[in-house]
Write a protein that binds this ligand. Structure first.
Ligand code: ZN
Length: 295
């Protein structure tokens, strides 16, 4: 299942958003989900929602506990939509040949707000609500997705087989997934793009004397045939403290403690060279991501 109805948010959301909301403390229980079909209340659990990436074998995903109602049409609907999409049939736009997603550099103000605050516990309103949400899900199934952090973009990149058929739109400019991602260890710093993009590589985390955080890449950008730039991401301690998302605090300190080069970091930005060092300065932790595996 790609989506589920969150009983906390009163909204249909995907597992990536559920993960973010869990670590913000808005979703408190991984079992607080159910099937999105209005005639079905099969309980759904969001597996791995409470784990840090390096403890996950599989990514965050929904799993149905128990059985769908006999009247439930959701699984059949999801199969049908996926088949249509894979066959290139794109609802409302038969000419569309490629898929693209929007990456917004700022979250909307109501991103973390619960929807429909006047929803009571009466089944009737929940059923109505699920029906409306389900219909809008069908409408928007093949429409561009809106992303506010690099997390779902990294997930999609790692899943995609063809990075050239999928595009990311940022401030009206479109880039293929292929061109949007670069591995630091195989990228020559002289050839980097003018615009910010996602860079990734294996890295260590150091807590500096001034309490700021340094994420140092094992292999930096290529300088020339024989040399590399030492490449790091710097996070101001204040940025980390201001971040309500406890995920990053736990993650950073856990990696720093382990002293092993076991974390793979992704960062959206444009690096600067100064005195032979190449650095990224990061103010927004939505532009940082870690994973178990690298492409
Ligand atoms: Zn169901």
């Amino acid at each position: 299942m790609d989506i589920a109805f969150s009983l906390d948010m009163k909204d249909i959301i995907d597992p990536e958003k559920a993960y973010e909301l869990f670590w913000k403390g808005i979703i408190t229980n991984k079992r607080n989900f159910e099937c999105p079909d209005e005639n079905c209340s099969a309980q759904v659990t969001c597996a791995n929602i409470d784990k840090l990436e390096h403890n996950m074998k599989q990514g965050v995903h929904y799993r149905v506990i128990g059985k769908h109602s006999e009247l439930c049409e959701f699984e059949a609907l999801e199969r049908k939509l996926t088949t249509e999409l894979n066959n290139g049939k794109v609802r409302n736009n038969p000419n569309k040949k490629v898929n693209f997603d929007n990456f917004h550099l700022k979250r909307p103000d109501d991103y973390y707000k619960k929807k429909g605050t006047n929803i009571s516990n009466l089944n009737f309103s929940k059923i109505e609500r699920k029906r409306n949400l389900r219909n809008s899900y069908i409408e928007s199934f093949s429409a561009p997705r809106n992303y506010y952090s690099i997390r779902p973009i990294v997930t999609k990149y790692l899943k995609l087989e063809n990075h050239n058929n999928n595009f990311i739109m940022i401030k009206g400019k479109s880039l293929s997934y292929e061109n949007f991602f670069s591995k630091i260890s195989t990228t020559n710093f002289n050839d980097i793009n003018e615009y910010p993009q996602i860079y990734f590589g294996e890295a260590y985390v150091n807590i500096l004397e001034n309490k700021n955080i340094q994420i140092r890449f094992k292999d930096g950008f290529i300088k020339n045939e024989n040399d590399r730039f030492k490449t790091s991401i710097f996070i101001n301690r204040e940025t980390l403290e201001l971040e309500k998302n406890s995920y990053w605090k736990k993650k950073i300190f856990k990696v720093a403690d382990s002293r092993r080069c076991e974390s793979k970091f992704f960062i959206y930005g444009k690096p600067n060279e100064y005195n032979g060092y190449v650095n990224f300065n990061i103010k927004n932790l939505d532009f940082l991501e870690t994973r178990n595996n690298l492409p």
